[in-house]
Design a protein around this ligand. Structure first.
Ligand code: G3P
Length: 221
C-alpha cells in the first residue's frame, strides 16, 4: 500500500518522509495557498523543493479549466521535474487533456472524483491516477462510509477490466479511513499529516513502554 502526504508544507513532508512512511505528495491550490506560495515562479520553485525531498510522484494541480490552457500549464508543470504528475479536474476539458497527456507520456492525476462513473471515464482517458474524494463525499451525503463505498465500487470496476489507472484515495479525514482503504485494496492513499501521524500511536503501546521502563529501573538503579 503506497502512502502519499496531502500537503504542501515542507516541514510536514520532510517529517513523514524521514519516517519512511511516504513515497509521494499530493498538493492542490488550497494547500499551496496555505503555504503563502504565490506567483508563477514561486509556485514552480515550491514544487521543485517538494520533489527534492521525496522519491516518488508529486501531484501539481493546474488552475486552468480550458483545454488549450490546461495543456500549456500541464507542460510547464511536467517540465519542473520527472516526479511531477499533472493534476487535472474531472471536467470535460480536463478529460480531453488527460487523454492528450496520456498520448504524450505525461503522468496525470484526475482530481475531484465523486462517483465510480467519473473514475471509469478518467481511466478510459488514460489517467495515471484517479483521486476519489471520500471525506467530501461523506460530508455532502451527510453519511459516513459513502466515500468508502464509492472506493469499493471503483476497485471492483477497475479489477473487472484490468485498468492500470491507480486508485488514489483522497480527502481522508482520519486514520481509521486509511485502514479501511487498505481493506478495500486501493493502490494509494493520500492523507494529511494529522491523519498519518496518529497511525503510530496506540494507548497500550504507551502503557506497555512505561511499564517496561519502570521494571528496568527497579533492578538497575
Ligand atoms: O488533495 C485533494 C484532497 O485530498 C482534498 O482533501 O480534506 O480538502 O477534502 P480535503
Amino acid at each position: 500500500m503506497i502512502f502519499f502526504i496531502d500537503s504542501a508544507n515542507l516541514n510536514e513532508i520532510r517529517q513523514v518522509n524521514d519516517l519512511g512512511l511516504i513515497s509521494g505528495v499530493t498538493t492542490n491550490p488550497s494547500l499551496m495557498s496555505k503555504e503563502d506560495v504565490a506567483g508563477k515562479n514561486e509556485i514552480l520553485d515550491h514544487y521543485q523543493d517538494i520533489c527534492d525531498i521525496v522519491s516518488g510522484d508529486v501531484s501539481a494541480e493546474v488552475i486552468s479549466t480550458q483545454f488549450d490552457d490546461i495543456i500549456k500549464e500541464g507542460h510547464q508543470l511536467s517540465e519542473i521535474d520527472k516526479k511531477i504528475v499533472v493534476k487535472v479536474p474531472m471536467i470535460e476539458d480536463g478529460l480531453k487533456a488527460i487523454y492528450y497527456f496520456a498520448k504524450n507520456k505525461i503522468k496525470t492525476n484526475c482530481t475531484l472524483i465523486f462517483s465510480p462513473s467519473q473514475a471509469l471515464l478518467a481511466a478510459k482517458a488514460g489517467a495515471t491516477y484517479v483521486s476519489p474524494f471520500i471525506g467530501r463525499l461523506d460530508d455532502w451525503a451527510k453519511q459516513e462510509n459513502t466515500g468508502l463505498a464509492m472506493l469499493s465500487d471503483i476497485k471492483t470496476i477497475f479489477d473487472n477490466y484490468n485498468y492500470t489507472t491507480k486508485i488514489l484515495a483522497a480527502s481522508i479525514r482520519n486514520s481509521q479511513q486509511i485502514v479501511e482503504c487498505g481493506k478495500i485494496g486501493v493502490d494509494v492513499i493520500t492523507a494529511p499529516f494529522t491523519s498519518l501521524m496518529p497511525l503510530i500511536k496506540h494507548p497500550l503501546t504507551d502503557l506497555g513502554l512505561k511499564k517496561f521502563l519502570a521494571d528496568y529501573k527497579k533492578n538497575n538503579l
